[in-house]
Design a protein around this ligand. Structure first.
Ligand SMILES: Nc1ncnc2c1ncn2[C@@H]1O[C@H](COP(=O)(O)OP(=O)(O)OP(=O)(O)O)[C@@H](O)[C@H]1O
Ligand SMILES: Cc1cn([C@H]2C[C@H](O)[C@@H](COP(=O)(O)O)O2)c(=O)[nH]c1=O
Length: 390
């Protein structure tokens, strides 16, 4: 994976969330695409785990957070890494080793549950002396029963004792003591460390020649699905925010294909999750397909669907990821529209069934055909079959 996966763990009040937010902002300001995320994640399973620690405990909570972790990796972390992003995750496996142990689950059981999950490139252990943590928690307030029930000293000791286990389990870790440095200073030091690691990783990737493709090696691509809701010459765009990827840019309701999902199911799910509309499978029409190469060199295939029939009201259903949803004229998209999105909409408008975007050279010079008129769609020109978008 070309990105870098960084996790932050440590006792309650150590400053994990503060650091995650500051480091991601600094990376983004430095022009390095980064994604801030956390565990339990924002998914349905994650919300169950986060919001119900009073109800779920012991092995139940251990399994719930492990299930959330598997889904989080598949749905959010691996796709972002594949795009070349630095993923900064607030809590990961070391939190399970400590919190589930405190909940009476045997450490070996927790290690087995987490044995199959990805190892981060860097596991940051954020610490501070126990009296400092207690003081911070008193001022900020406790987030969960773990912080009501336990003492910071006991939790800190469990993290301190974790070194050998983490090393055995394949974690490369780095300690940050926030006890005597401001959040800004801690973030500056950690951001430099991450940037250095990232540059080392990309150097070693560059120095390693790409392995030759053999018949057993196939190109891996990320599949995205985009939904064009079209009405009266306008389409619906979402203004991204707080995602760490292209924030401040407009995109279509869209997302990655989940494991086991068809592109049709994915379009229906994303439209519902992001803008609250219910689309019947038969009302989705294929708009175009974009074979995209991301600036980091990762290939993606985007299936664009279009519809003008849906149930429910359009709403901004994910306000933490989207500042607003907006109807815009299909022919005059905002200048801050994500280029990949723009390519899909332009292909659809031009009537091309399929196009390539972001690739440096024509894939098959002389083979580009634009002469195969086919059925047309509302708002779109007669269909052509292939186009190239720069
Ligand atoms: N370096 C620091 N110096 C002083 N105060 C800090 C520092 N880092 C964070 N804080 C403060 O300590 C409190 C806890 O920080 P934060 O919520 O980031 O911790 P956390 O490790 O994510 O906690 P939890 O595990 O409970 O979610 C906050 O009020 C935050 O402003
Ligand atoms: C990752 C992880 C989390 N939990 C629990 C502990 C807390 O109740 C929440 C995290 O909230 P915070 O604001 O980050 O403190 O989730 C857990 O039990 N095990 C885990 O691995």
């Amino acid at each position: 994976m070309p990105g870098l996966f960084v996790t932050l763990d440590g006792p309650g009040g150590a400053g994990k969330s503060t650091l995650a937010e500051l480091v991601t902002a600094r990376l983004t300001d430095a022009g390095v695409p980064a994604l801030a995320t956390r565990e339990p994640s924002r998914s349905l399973i994650g919300r169950l785990a986060r919001e119900h620690t009073a109800t779920f405990s012991g092995p139940t909570l251990a399994c719930l957070v492990a299930a959330d972790r598997h889904h989080h990796l598949a749905a959010e972390i691996r796709p972002a890494l594949a795009e070349g992003l630095i993923v900064v995750c607030d809590r990961y496996v070391p939190s399970s080793y400590v919190l589930q142990t405190r909940d009476g689950v045997p450490l070996d059981y927790i290690r087995q549950l987490n044995a199959p999950v990805d190892r981060p490139d860097l596991a940051v252990l954020v610490t501070a002396a126990a009296p400092i943590l207690e003081q911070r928690l008193t001022v900020r307030g406790a987030h969960s029963r773990f912080e009501h029930e336990g003492s910071s000293a006991a939790e800190t000791t469990l993290y301190e004792d974790l070194g050998d286990v983490l090393a055995t389990d394949g974690f490369v870790f780095h300690q940050v003591d926030t006890g005597y440095q401001s959040p800004q200073d801690a973030a500056t030091a950690l951001t430099s460390h991450i940037l250095e690691l990232s540059s080392r990783a990309s150097h070693s990737r560059r120095e390693r020649p790409p392995p030759p493709m053999t018949t057993t090696q196939r190109q891996q691509v990320t599949v995205d699905v985009h939904v064009i809701l079209e009405r009266d010459g306008h389409i619906l765009l979402c203004l991204r925010q707080g995602t760490g990827y292209r924030d401040g840019w407009h995109c279509l309701p869209s997302g990655h294909l989940d494991p086991g999902e068809t592109v049709i199911d994915c379009a229906i799910r994303e439209a519902y999750e992001e803008v609250g509309v219910v689309i019947a499978p038969g009302d989705l029409r294929p708009a175009t397909v974009v074979h995209h190469l991301s600036p980091e060199g990762r290939p993606r295939v985007g299936f664009f669907f279009v519809t003008d029939i849906w149930g429910g009201e359009v709403v901004n259903a994910e306000p933490t990821k989207c500042a607003k949803v907006e109807w815009v004229p299909i022919g005059i998209l905002p200048s801050n529209t994500v280029p990949y999105t723009l390519a899909g909409v332009e292909l659809y408008r031009s009537g091309a069934w399929i196009g390539v975007h972001g690739w440096p050279e024509p894939v098959a010079p002389g083979k580009v055909r634009t002469d195969m008129g086919a059925e047309s769609s509302p708002g779109a020109a007669p269909r052509t079959n292939v186009a190239r978008i720069r």
